[in-house]
Design a protein around this ligand. Structure first.
Ligand SMILES: Nc1nc2c(ncn2[C@@H]2O[C@H](COP(=O)(O)OP(=O)(O)OP(=O)(O)O)[C@@H](O)[C@H]2O)c(=O)[nH]1
Ligand SMILES: [Mg+2]
Length: 466
């Protein structure tokens, strides 16, 4: 325990979120709260009219209060007003000038909105100053900074709207240095990463030492929640891959092509529905709204994938080479793969296999063997379908976890398919195909070592840990 770390009277840390109007103050608070319920967000100036408070907790322990404030609209007028106060009473300190301003303001004063902000600033321990980097550092921002620094509270500039604005960002950093502000955060509220949030708390830790331990508690708590969230997403996708790879649709070849295309339709239908359900679950797990989906450019409309998994252009859309040897032939449609444990069930060899097989083989492969005798075959999801299913969910997961944004400024590197797929992919899919009973969760499946290994491989590869 750090000596200095018990805040006076167990008072919560108070963080004021301030800045020019329409810079994303309310959006940042929503992101930090993981809630779309807080405040009102609009692409218009003066959306937030009053100071609003929300508390961030680590489980049941409240850690800090966030205070949303109205945007500063007329910093020039406020600056001049403060100057007047200080010239009238030269004995006032900078903070004293601010205090005098807020105590003398009347309800109908044109600076009443600004007074609400300054009142909260004076009551807070640290200020998050939100900047829309798309705007140059105009005079109004200089005034804002001059005014805020009078409060003698640590100021952490937070750069918002950073995506695609590297140059402007560099300019802002340079100009803030002139105000002796050398620490700032990049925090795109919509392209948010857990790392950025962690850095934000760590910055506050260095500036407000009395709250160090409490903030550490919050960081650890949030890290745990984040890991669990990532894991449940990856597990949900694994469940999808497994259920599809294990799935079989029987078709009776004796009834000819009609039965065959019916079986194919049924298989396609099953896969589409399974993917759809997984999408719905993932959006729910990550608490993604329609708007988030649009901002992250996820190719989903009304909760549905824009491109059907069996659409002709899908291989290309997911960067798969239709001419690659692994996919040749397989891409033509759902293939039949009845290689069972090295036991080929092609009609000719099946006869021999049955003749030579012992009781245990017959028990294990009984259904397959009977099926061959009956002329029943099974359709399984083919290689290209499984690959697309995997790659599409992996891409989706990355977007949902906002991982993709870490490399926003980098040119996208084309990674060969083989490296994007999990280690031993073919072995995984082949084992899954041979275990149709695994297509649903069961005690025996979940206790099987072979299954657990596959699950671990898929999960760690989805989380890029493989
Ligand atoms: N692309 C993008 N848009 C953002 C981001 N942050 C906020 N916005 C949008 O910017 C607009 C303003 O956001 P608000 O959170 O209402 O801004 P504010 O600073 O609270 O505004 P006032 O309360 O009016 O002072 C909204 O349309 C948001 O959706 C961001 O990081 N990236
Ligand atoms: Mg607001």
């Amino acid at each position: 325990m750090r000596e200095t770390s018990s805040p006076e009277n167990n008072k919560l840390l108070n963080v004021a979120v301030v800045g020019h109007t329409n810079t994303g103050k309310t959006s940042l608070i929503r992101t930090m709260l993981r809630s779309t319920e807080f405040g009102v967000i609009e692409d218009a100036a003066g959306t937030t009219r009053h100071v609003e408070q929300a508390t961030i907790a680590a489980g049941n322990d409240p850690i800090l209060n966030l205070h949303d404030t109205p945007g500063l609209e007329d910093s020039n007028a406020l600056f001049m007003h403060l100057k007047k106060i200080s010239s009238k009473d030269r004995s006032l300190s900078a903070t004293g000038v601010l205090a005098r301003f807020v105590s003398n303001i009347t309800a109908d004063d044109p600076l009443e909105q600004e007074a609400k902000v300054i009142r909260q600033v004076l009551r807070s321990d640290v200020l998050l100053y939100i900047i829309d980097v798309r705007e140059p550092m105009l005079e109004k921002y200089r005034y804002e900074l001059e005014i805020l620094s009078k409060a003698s509270k640590p100021i952490i500039p937070v750069f918002n709207f950073i995506v695609g604005h590297t140059e402007e960002l560099a300019q802002w950093r340079e100009q803030l240095a002139a105000f002796n502000i050398h620490t700032a955060l990049e925090f795109d509220t919509v392209a948010f990463t857990f790392e950025a949030e962690k850095r934000l708390y760590q910055k506050i830790q260095t500036l407000v030492d009395a709250h160090y331990n409490n903030l550490q508690k919050l960081i650890n708590y949030r890290a745990k929640i984040w890991d669990e969230l990532c894991l449940s997403g990856a597990k949900r996708v694994t469940e999808l891959i497994v259920s599809v790879a294990c799935y079989r649709e029987s078709k009776n070849t004796k009834n000819g092509t009609v039965a065959s295309s019916l079986a194919e339709d049924k298989l396609h239908d099953f896969i589409r529905k399974a993917e759809q359900l997984c999408l719905k679950d993932l959006l729910a797990i990550y608490n993604f709204s329609e708007k988030d989906v649009a901002i992250q450019k996820i190719p989903v409309t009304n909760g549905q994938w824009q491109l059907d998994i069996f659409a002709p252009g899908i291989l290309k859309a997911y960067g798969l080479d239709a001419g690659s040897s692994a996919l040749k032939g397989a891409a033509a449609g759902a293939g039949i793969d009845l290689m069972v444990g090295g036991l080929s069930l092609g009609a000719a060899s099946a006869i021999g296999a049955i003749a030579g097989a012992g009781w245990s083989t017959a028990r294990r492969y009984g259904r397959e063997i009977k099926a061959v005798v009956d002329g029943t075959q099974w359709l399984c999801a083919d290689e290209s379908t499984l690959r697309i299913l995997y790659l599409r969910q992996k891409q989706l997961l990355e977007k949902l976890m906002h991982r993709g944004h870490a490399a926003l400024h980098a040119v996208e590197v084309k990674v060969p398919d083989s490296e994007r797929l999990p280690d031993k992919w073919s072995e995984i899919t082949s084992v899954l195909r041979q275990n149709p009973a695994w297509h649903e969760s069961s005690v025996s499946r979940n206790n099987s070592q072979q299954y657990q290994l596959i699950e671990t491989r898929l999960v760690s590869s989805l989380l890029n840990e493989g």
